[in-house]
Design a protein. Sequence first.
Lengths: 158, 392
Amino acid sequence: MAKMCAVEKNIMKNGKSVVVCDETRAALLPILQDIQKKKGYISDDDMQTVADRLGIHPVEVYSVVTFYSFLKKEKQGRHVIRISQCISNVMAGSDKIVKAFEKALKIKVGETTKDNKVTLEMTNCIGMCDQAPAIMVDDELIGGVTPQSVRTILNKMK
Amino acid sequence: MTIKRQGPVIFSDIQPDEGLKKALKMERGDLIETIRDSNIRGRGGAGFPTGVKWNLAAGAQADKKYVVCNADEGEPGTFKDRILLTEYPRLIIEGMIIGAYAVGAEKGFLYLRGEYRSFLPKLGKLIAQMKKEGLLGSDIQGKKGFHFDVEIQLGSGAYVCGEETALIESMEGNRGEPRNRPPFPVNTGYNGFPTVVNNVETFVAIPHIVAKGAKWFKSIGTEKSAGSKLLSVSGDCKKPGVYEVPFGVSIKEVLKMVGGENAKAVQVGGASGECVPSSQFHRKIAFEDLSTGGSVIIFNQKRNMLDVAENFLHFFREESCGQCTPCREGIPVLINGLGKIRAKECSLSYWDDLLSLCETMQIASKCGLGQSVPKAFLSILNNFKSEYTLIK
C-alpha cells in the first residue's frame, strides 16, 4: 500500500521545531486522500492497515471512505472524468457532453474502460458554472467543453 | 477567462498587507470593535455577524483556539470563491491572520473543497512565502507572543461539509455529519476548542475593513446589509461571471448587468435558495430580502421549471448526509411527489401531504441542508402553477 505519512506536522521538541508524522484521527482523511490519489481506490486491506496505524476500528475507516464521493472502495481507471450535473451545466447541454464521452470511450457513466484507463462519472457542481458545460479531468477543471472538444481532451490523456 | 465586475469592496484596490499591518498595531478589543462596528455579516449565506462571532471566540477561555476558512463552496451555481482563491489568495490569508490575532488563535485551517485540489500548489507556495516574510510563524511582525500558522485541509467531494459543524467533523477525520447547535463552534469547535469558521469572502473583506474603516464599509449597501456581495452569475445570460454589487441591488438591475433581461425566473442562493419569478424582479439582494451566498442562476422563457425543481431534489438526495430522518426520508418522498405531479397523477390532498412534509423538514431537520430542501421546491411550485395541474 501507499506510504503512510500523508500528514506531517511541526512540533516543538527540546526547543527545536521538528517534523513528525501525524497519527491522530484528524489525519485520517488526508491519509485516505493520499491512498486514493496513488492507487485510485482504497482496498479493504488499506482500510485495515490505516485503522491499525491510527488505533481505530476498521469500520470507522470504512464509514469515512463511503461518505465522501471522491473516495472509492472499487478500483477506478487511471484517470477519472467527472461531468458536472448541476442545473447550469444541464442548461448548457451537459447531456451532449455525456453522450460524446460515452461514445468515444465506449462505456456508460459510472463505468471504466476495459484498458482501465478512464472512469466516467457524474458529479455535483464543480464551481465552473460560468463556463458550463464543465468537467473535471482528474484534478483539473475544464470549462466550455463541446462534443467536438471531447476527442482533444481524451487525446491529451496519457 | 472569467468575467468580473469590479465593485466597491472585495475587488477594490488595497496595498499588500495594508489591512494586516494596521490590524496588528491595534489592540485586540479595538480590532474586534471595528469589525463589529462595520456590521459585516457572514458571506457564506447564513449572515451571522462576524464581529459577534469573533467576540464570542475571543472571550472563550481555552488553551487553544482555531481559525478556519471555509473554502468548500458547493452550492450549485456558486464559483466566486474559485476567483478569490486563484486571484486574491493573499487577502484570504491576511484576513485569517487578522482573525487569529483578534480571537487569540495559534492555528488556522483553510478547508479547500476537493474539486479545487488543483489550487493546492499555488496556495502552498503562498503560505511558505508569507512565512518567509514573517507574516506567519512565531512572533508575527515583532508582536511578542502572537504565533499563527495556516494549514490546508482538503475536502473530498461532500456538499454538506460546507456546513460549519460538518466541516469541523470532516477536519477531525469523521464523516461530514453536522452536529447539533448549540454548542456553537465558537465555543466547542475543532477538537472541542473554540473555533471561528468564516467564509472565504468574509476573510477577504476583513483587510479592506481594517484598512479603510468601519464607517466606509457601512456606507456601502443597505442599513441591515453592510458592504457588497460577490454574485456568481450563470445560466441563461450573455455575460456569466462574478459580479461584485452593493447589497440592496435588485434582481432587475443584476439582470441588466449580465445581459439576462428576458428571464422568466432567477434562482437566488442555489439549490437551497429561492426561485424568484419575473413578477418579483424588484426584490433586492440583501439579508433582509433575498439572502444568498452568491449563487444567481438565470432561466429563460423556454425553461421547464419542474426540471429545475427535480434537478435540485436529485442534488439533495445525493448530498444529504443521511443522519436525520426528515431530510433522509423526506427528499425521496418529494422526488416521488414531483414525479406524480409531472405525470398528472397528484391529487390536491396528496399535494397537501407534501406541503405538510415540507413544513416538517423545515422544522425538524438537523442542519441547514434539510431545512432548505423545501425552499426551492415550494418557491418553484408555488410561483409556476401554470406549468402543472393537480387532480381535483
